[in-house]
Ligand binder design. Structure first.
Ligand code: FE
Ligand code: FE
Ligand code: ZN
Length: 276
């Protein structure tokens, strides 16, 4: 069973996202919890959230991925930026309790010259401050391309974060195919890459896949997504990702540059390449 969807705009509300997903052949989707570059979160419309929950149940959706804003940086050198990151994480997780059983993904952060070890220490500190034993959301660290001083460019760095988090049974990883390719991992040698992931982190931690092609060659550390088949990864290798035995059952989410028709076409293409 292939669970696939794409990033959707949250501007028309929760139930609207579910309906859009159904229209384009998706059975999962991703959305920003608030403006990706800003801080303001709209007040939750609980009736709207409830309508989405009904729709998700009725149509057997896989877990959804809520994505934190890009501006979040718990590894910042600036204490105000770190405090904003903590408040946003805590507030988002509180809101996610209205959509229990789903995933919350964030970019671990950038150390901005303080060094990887200090960045990792600060990310661990933030997670230990915001995770709660009773939460019903799994928090995902996204694998990063390694542009600038981004943390999470290697499986080792993500493992170090997970090792430091006390409630790490609430934690997992979202693997972004464009990002790991840009970070230097091979999608041509997918078995080797997943073995490396398993050795460092453990495949049981892998909770979601961002399925993107990349505009740049392997190891470029750029993070520019391309439509499926129009980048350096290619349709064939992305088809191997959705068909890999170790990845069955995970939600696959497109973050390719596309309008809704484009997403519908990519979802249909990938469904046609899926071998049951
Ligand atoms: Fe992301
Ligand atoms: Fe991503
Ligand atoms: Zn990206």
């Amino acid at each position: 069973m292939l669970h696939i969807g794409c990033h959707l705009s949250a501007s028309k509300g929760f139930e609207a996202m579910g309906k859009t997903a159904l229209e384009i052949g998706a059975d999962t989707f991703q959305f920003f919890t608030r403006n990706p570059r800003g801080s303001q979160a709209k007040t939750l419309d609980l009736q709207d959230v409830q309508k989405l929950r009904t729709l998700l149940n009725k149509h057997h959706f896989a877990p959804l991925i809520a994505h934190a804003p890009y501006t979040l940086n718990p590894a910042s050198a600036d204490p105000h930026t770190r405090e904003f990151a903590r408040q946003t994480l805590a507030d988002d997780l509180a809101r996610m309790e209205h959509l229990p059983g789903n995933l919350y993904n964030f970019h671990p952060g950038s150390h901005v010259g303080q060094g990887t070890d200090e960045g990792i220490r600060l990310i661990i500190e933030a997670l230990n401050a915001v995770l709660t034993p009773g939460q019903h959301t799994t928090v995902l660290l996204e694998t990063m391309a390694g542009k600038g001083s981004e943390i999470g460019r290697s499986f080792e760095e993500l493992k170090q974060i997970l090792d430091g988090v006390k409630l790490n049974d609430k934690m997992g990883v979202c693997l972004d195919t464009c990002h790991i390719h840009d970070a230097g991992y091979s999608l041509a040698e997918l078995d080797d890459t997943l073995t490396a992931f398993d050795k460092q982190i453990g495949l049981a931690r892998l909770k979601a896949i961002h399925l993107n092609d990349s505009l740049n060659p392997q190891g470029a550390h750029k993070d520019r997504h391309a439509p499926i088949g129009q980048g350096h990864i290619g349709t064939e290798r992305l088809a191997q990702v959705i068909n890999h035995p170790a990845l069955q059952g995970l939600p696959f989410c497109l973050e390719t540059p596309n309008d809704l028709d484009g997403y519908a076409r990519e979802i249909a293409l990938l469904r046609s390449l899926y071998r049951e």
